[in-house]
Ligand binder design. Structure first.
Ligand code: AMP
Ligand code: ZN
Ligand code: FE
Ligand code: FE
Length: 297
């Protein structure tokens, strides 16, 4: 069994990187990819533990990007998540530097968000949010503090009233466009895969059209297997990947206690089961493509 989509407490997971490696070993996972949001810090922290434990660790990241049209019918479009996998060589130093700049933009956003919440009469300090997001503070951490302080009844209400993209305290963050994210990953030697397509507004031929445009920019993969995919979704995305010659990727999107229904390796109610050969196939397909593109030059 393998799991190619997991989060640590370096982004919005609840599990320490070393603990995640030890959990993976206990659960019989043969290869684990840590794909934290906009950071490699979880992977970096896990690498020495994985080496010691004899676990194959795959370097990955999950970028938040803006779709081509930043606004649709005047509404800000939700972020699109993009996975990057480095199966053949590690990410470049340039890519690591660029990720640092993304972290900086998140910190600026958080400072503004603190000011907005204060203005709205529901103050949350950065220190309070950092209790939950020690390494990277995101909106879910603010949501938890809003709950704790009794300003809202639950996490969803925190988003609906204050934190969602169109809600009262919404602050825009300068995320890269989807196309720029793909280019960054590809230039740094990685493969880019569109994460959990089920969350996109597009389906069917509209999704196929979007994917074709992204393939032209360098997209190589589609996350066919994911905890939130029903078996019908998985069948649809699998067929789409086959038709468009995209590499199928997959993983649980484990977040520890922050998303307790999702189990490492097996997803929700065991809806995922990927064998080691799945990763081998991904790696072979990546290598074949690199060979092809270097031949073209
Ligand atoms: P951030 O990266 O700090 O902008 O936070 C993004 C995260 O907030 C997403 O990964 C979701 O987990 C959560 N989120 C964003 N919008 C909503 C929403 N409308 N309802 C519930 N959760 C949301
Ligand atoms: Zn996450
Ligand atoms: Fe995601
Ligand atoms: Fe994720």
């Amino acid at each position: 069994m393998i799991d190619l989509h997991t989060h640590t407490d370096k982004s919005d997971g609840s599990t320490d990187a070393g603990d995640l490696v030890r959990l993976a070993v206990r659960e019989g996972i043969e290869a684990l990819a840590i794909a934290d949001h906009d950071t490699l810090a979880g992977y970096d922290a896990a690498a020495p533990v994985a080496a010691e434990q004899g676990l194959e660790l795959v370097c990955a990241v999950e970028l938040s990007t803006r779709p081509g049209e930043a606004k649709l019918n005047g509404r800000r479009q939700p972020s699109v998540h993009l996975l990057g996998y480095w199966l053949l060589s590690p990410p470049s130093t340039e890519f690591r530097c660029w990720l640092e700049s993304q972290q900086e933009s998140r910190r600026r956003r958080n400072v503004e968000l603190v000011a907005r919440l204060e203005q709205l009469g529901v103050p949350v300090s950065l220190d309070e949010a950092e209790v939950y997001g020690r390494n990277q503070v995101g909106r879910p951490h603010f949501a938890r503090v809003l709950c704790d302080k009794g300003y809202v009844a639950n996490m969803q209400q925190a988003f609906d009233l204050y934190l969602a993209d169109e809600a009262k305290a919404s602050v825009e963050r300068d995320e890269p466009s989807l196309e720029a994210g793909i280019q960054r990953i590809v230039e740094s030697g990685g493969m880019a895969s569109l994460a959990h397509p089920v969350r996109l507004p597009q389906r069917g031929s509209e999704l196929a059209g979007l994917l074709k445009r992204l393939i032209d920019v360098g997209l190589q993969g589609l996350e066919v297997f994911h905890s939130e995919h029903s078996s019908a979704d998985t069948a649809e995305y699998s067929e789409l990947a086959r038709r468009l010659d995209l590499i199928a990727t997959g993983g649980s999107d484990f977040h520890g206690d922050n998303k307790p229904r999702i189990r490492l390796g097996t997803g929700i109610d065991s809806n995922i089961s990927l064998s080691y050969s799945f990763l081998e196939n991904m790696r072979e397909m990546c290598a074949a493509r690199q060979h092809r593109t270097s031949g073209k030059r």
